[in-house]
Ligand binder design. Structure first.
Ligand SMILES: *Cc1c(COP(=O)(O)O)cnc(C)c1O
Length: 459
């Protein structure tokens, strides 16, 4: 019998059994997997006329792909700010696929209402005031896009222009001011038609990545017209935070849209030890927080929050009129870049329901304690130099001989015990270690340190 979708449907229970058999020891073996894998794909068979059926596809995956995928979901992947996926989030993600709801509107499914509920839970987690509304997008880059698109619309409004209707032609050049913006801000400026050159990097404080307030004020004064300010709550190199309260106060005297990129730094709100880093966050007109980073849900998930949903509607409205299936609540397809949308709220809801505020407080405090410990070991070591105090979950450091950084990182990453990514900090080669995975335990910090020292000794 030829394999078909219908035969697989009939065998779905057996397929699930097979799937469970292959994956049930995933969490037991993840610690042994190389943290990063750069092997070449060993199987490259293309599309065939007849398919194999899901059972054989699963075996093929298991034989040729699974082993070669990286252990980036494991405890010692410290590159970028990657996060992991909690058991509850994984189940939520699987169910998202099984139920396959289109979370575009409220007309035929509860998915939209569950998204609203999840957004409220997240506002609670991040201590955001009631005035914010929010929605899920695919990542922090898209959340920054949604935030800055509203900023663009707001600037038009200051000139009496509807840019969403008429384009950018009728107003002076838009400027985006920021101290240490994430690379995605420049990409967003390109996507929005504002242009990458709109980004005006404002000087930062000495030995910091936080914006120099006097320099920001001087810029605003000299520009003397409405602009966008992107404040950073957690820079990727040194996890530095702009003074959000002080920047918020500047709004009294200067016209600007305040967007806060808190992709991972927003999670400082989960712990009384770190929440002061975010003082003033509620001044933001729009906020970005990633879910596939420190919330530890699978990829393709971030939140955008705004205090100006009416501007968001003007930009993303997909109907000739604001016809919404949810009454006063606008359809998500009128608020986000996508029209049809994955039910991204479900993995987030699962993990919040499963682990609660305490679970995230613990995750944030534990990861940050590991960063502090690694920072201390680096400070005491003859091989390394700490480049910035550890404020939250990231460690920025270099070798005593920074010229050897590339070689060192290559060796470390090949050894497979830990994965670290390079950066440039204050014009010198540097290394960053970011702790953002729930699976990282004290024993991992010991393994990481051992690996770092062993490779440094051999340089
Ligand atoms: C990761 C990150 C982004 C981009 O996020 P994606 O989810 O990769 O799109 C933006 N800003 C900051 C501060 C980040 O850490």
């Amino acid at each position: 019998m030829a394999h078909s979708m219908d035969t697989d449907k009939q065998q779905f229970a057996a397929l699930m059994q097979q799937f469970i058999g292959l994956e049930q020891d995933y969490f037991e073996t993840i610690n042994e997997k190389p943290v990063a894998n750069t092997a070449q794909l060993s199987a490259n068979e293309g599309l065939t006329e007849l398919g194999t059926g899901a059972s054989e596809a699963l075996e093929y995956f298991s034989e040729f792909f699974a082993e070669e995928l990286s252990g980036s979901n494991g405890p010692r992947y410290l590159g970028f700010v990657t996060g992991g996926a909690t058991p509850a989030a994984i189940i939520g993600d699987w169910l998202t696929s099984l139920y396959d709801q289109n979370a575009a509107n409220f007309s035929y499914s509860l998915a939209g209402q569950i998204e609203l509920l999840t957004i409220e839970m997240l506002k609670d987690l991040f201590s955001l005031k009631q005035a914010y509304t929010g929605s899920f997008v695919s990542g922090a880059t898209m959340a920054n896009f949604v935030g800055l698109a509203q900023g663009r619309q707001w600037i038009g409004q200051q000139y009496g222009q509807d840019l969403a209707e008429n384009g950018l032609f009728s107003i002076p050049e838009i400027k985006i001011a920021s101290g240490t913006p994430h690379s995605s801000i420049s990409k967003v400026a390109a996507m929005l038609g504002i242009g990458r050159n709109a980004l005006q990097q404002i000087p930062v404080k000495d030995d910091r990545e936080a914006v120099d307030l006097a320099a920001l004020e001087t810029f605003l004064k000299q520009l003397d017209r409405p602009c966008i300010v992107v404040a950073n709550a957690g820079t990727v190199n040194t996890v530095d935070f702009d003074d959000l309260e002080a920047i918020g106060q500047l709004k009294k005297n200067y016209p600007f849209w305040l967007h806060v990129d808190a992709a991972f730094g927003g999670f400082a709100a989960c712990s009384p030890k770190f929440e002061r880093l975010l003082t003033g966050l509620n001044h933001a007109d729009s906020i970005t927080i990633d879910a596939h980073k420190w919330l530890n849900v699978p990829y393709d998930s971030a939140m955008q929050f705004t205090q100006h949903q009416e501007l968001q509607l003007e930009v993303f409205n997909n109907h000739a009129s604001y016809l919404n299936t949810g009454g006063a609540q606008p359809d998500f397809s009128n608020l986000t870049p996508e029209n049809s949308r994955r039910f991204r709220a479900l993995p987030a809801w699962f993990t919040l329901k499963a682990y609660g505020k305490a679970g995230y407080r613990q995750l944030v405090e534990q990861n940050s304690a590991f960063a502090l410990e690694l920072g201390k070991r680096i400070t005491d070591s003859p091989f390394f130099e700490l480049l910035s105090p550890v404020r939250l979950n990231g460690v920025c450091f270099t070798l005593k001989d920074p010229a050897k950084t590339t070689e060192f990182l290559k060796k470390i990453n090949q050894a497979g015990q830990v994965f670290l990514t390079p950066t440039t900090y204050k014009n010198q080669p540097a290394i960053r270690a970011s702790f953002s995975n729930w699976q990282t335990k004290p024993a991992d910090v010991a393994i990481i340190w051992h690996s770092l020292e062993a490779e440094a000794q051999q340089l």
